[in-house]
Design a protein around this ligand. Structure first.
Ligand code: ADP
Ligand code: MG
Length: 391
C-alpha cells in the first residue's frame, strides 16, 4: 500500500458513495483535475453514475461491491449523508483513505448524538444547539420540559429538507405527533424566533490545514433551500467571525477530513444557535462553483487526494437560486411545461447548472443558478429577475 501521507495524483481513481447531484458535481470537479471517478449507488440511473468512468450498482452494504470499490480507489468519500456507517468502516478496514471518516458521518446521521455533541461544544465556542429533549419511550413524554413548547419534533435519523418534522404546540399534542412519526427516537426542539439562517462551509486537509468560505445566508421554502446569498446580507462582521471560528474549531475537534457544512440560526435577539452539520459539500455551498477561486467540490477532491487545499477567496457577490422539479409543471404533475431556459440563458451573469436527472418531480432538486453581480445588490437583483422569469 502507498504511504498514507503521499498525495493521490491525477490519473488515479477516486471513489464516491452515492450517485446524486452532489456526487455528479464532485465527479465533474475530479474529472476536470484529471482524476477518474468510481461511483457506487444502489439505483440504476444516477446523475453521477452516468458520467463517471466506472459505476458500480449495488447496495451500500454489499461487501463484494465495497471490495471492488476498494480495489479501484485509494480514497473514497460519501455524498449521501445517510450511507450506512458500516460501509465506511468496511472501506477503512480494507485500507482505503475514507474522508470524512465513519465516526464523523455517524455523528451527523443522528440528531440525538449531534445535539449532544453541539451542547458539549458550547463551552468552547459559546454557540450551542436549540434547547431540546430526547423522546425515545412513551414515559419520556411526561418529563418533557414545558418551556420547549411550541416546539418541533424531529426524527433522530433520516430527516432532510424538513421531512420527519412536526410542529407541536403543547405537551398534550406530543403523543399524537410522536405516533405520526412512527414512535422512532426523536428530538423535541424549542421553536426559536429566527431572524435569519446562515451556513458555514469549512474544509480540513489530511495535514490539519483548515480553510473557510464566506458564510452564506439561506432562505428556505417549505423546508427546502431556496436561495443562498454571499456575502450574507444581514450578518454582522463580528457574528461572521464567531461563526467561522466555531466551525473551524468543530472540524478539528471531530478530526474531520473534507468539506463540512454547519448550519446556524441567528435569532431576533442576536443570539447564534447551531442547528446541524452536514458531512459533505452542501447545497448552500453551490455558490462556490462560480463565485470562488476553488469550488467546494474541488476542495473535496483535494482533501481526499491529500493535496494542499485550494483558495476559498470569493471573486464576486452571488445569490444562488435552487431549481426544483416544480418548474417543469403548471400546478400539478399532469401539466408538464419546459422552464424558460432561453430567458435564463440570456443573462450573462446567471450560471445554470442542471443535474441530469431522468425526470422532474415536485420538490425534487433539479439544478441551481448562480447569479453573480459586481455588487451584492446586483447579484440579488439578478437572482430575483431570473426567479420571476422562471415563474
Ligand atoms: P433538515 O435536516 O430537514 O434540514 P433542520 O433541522 O435543518 O432539518 O430544519 C429545517 C428547517 O426548519 C430549518 O432550516 C429552519 O428553517 C426550520 N427549523 C428547524 N428547527 C427550528 C427551530 N428550532 N426553530 C425554528 N425553526 C426551525
Ligand atoms: Mg437543515
Amino acid at each position: 500500500m502507498a504511504d498514507r501521507m503521499e498525495p493521490i495524483l491525477p490519473g488515479s481513481f477516486l471513489g464516491i458513495l452515492g450517485g446524486g447531484q452532489l456526487g455528479r458535481m464532485f465527479t465533474q470537479a475530479a474529472q476536470a483535475m484529471g482524476y477518474k471517478v468510481c461511483v457506487l449507488d444502489p439505483g440504476s440511473d444516477s446523475p453521477a453514475g452516468s458520467i463517471a468512468e466506472k459505476f458500480i450498482q449495488a447496495d451500500y452494504t454489499d461487501s463484494v461491491a465495497l471490495k471492488e470499490l476498494a480495489s479501484i480507489c485509494a480514497s473514497v468519500s460519501t455524498e449521501f449523508e445517510n450511507v450506512p456507517a458500516q460501509a465506511l468502516d468496511e472501506l477503512e478496514s480494507l485500507g482505503v483513505f475514507v474522508a470524512p471518516r465513519s465516526s464523523c458521518v455517524s455523528l451527523a446521521q443522528n440528531r440525538i448524538a449531534e445535539k449532544n455533541f453541539l451542547a458539549t461544544w458550547k463551552s468552547e465556542t459559546n454557540i450551542g444547539p436549540a434547547p431540546n429533549f430526547v423522546i425515545e419511550h412513551d414515559a419520556d413524554i411526561e418529563h418533557t420540559p414545558a418551556d420547549l413548547f411550541p416546539g418541533i419534533l424531529k426524527t433522530a435519523r433520516m430527516g432532510y429538507d424538513g421531512k420527519g418534522q412536526i410542529t407541536v404546540h403543547a405537551v398534550a399534542d406530543l403523543p399524537a405527533a410522536w405516533a405520526e412519526l412512527g414512535k422512532v427516537p426523536c428530538v423535541l426542539e424549542k421553536r426559536l424566533d429566527l431572524d435569519f439562517e446562515v451556513s458555514a462551509l469549512v474544509v480540513r486537509g489530511y495535514d490539519d490545514a483548515v480553510v473557510a468560505y464566506p458564510v452564506s445566508q439561506n432562505i428556505h421554502r417549505d423546508g427546502i433551500l431556496h436561495t443562498s446569498t454571499v456575502p450574507a446580507p444581514s450578518l454582522k462582521p463580528a457574528q461572521e467571525k464567531k461563526i467561522v471560528d466555531a466551525a473551524k474549531a468543530l472540524i478539528r475537534k471531530i478530526d474531520y477530513v473534507g468539506v463540512l457544512c454547519v448550519e446556524f440560526f441567528v435569532l431576533k435577539n442576536g443570539d447564534i444557535v447551531a442547528n446541524e452539520i452536514a458531512p459533505r459539500p452542501h447545497n448552500s455551498g453551490h455558490y462556490t462553483m462560480d463565485a470562488c477561486v476553488s469550488s467546494q467540490f474541488e476542495q473535496q477532491v483535494r482533501a481526499m487526494a491529500r493535496l494542499p487545499l485550494g483558495d476559498t477567496r470569493q471573486l464576486a457577490p452571488v445569490s444562488m437560486l435552487n431549481l426544483l422539479g416544480d418548474l417543469w409543471f403548471e400546478g400539478s404533475e399532469d401539466q408538464v411545461k419546459e422552464p424558460a431556459w432561453n430567458k435564463v440563458l440570456a443573462h450573462p451573469d446567471a450560471k445554470l447548472h442542471l443535474y441530469g436527472k431522468s425526470a422532474p418531480r415536485i420538490g425534487r432538486k433539479m439544478g441551481h443558478i448562480n447569479c453573480l453581480g459586481e455588487a451584492l445588490h446586483e447579484a440579488r437583483q439578478n437572482c430575483a429577475a431570473v426567479a420571476s422569469e422562471l415563474g
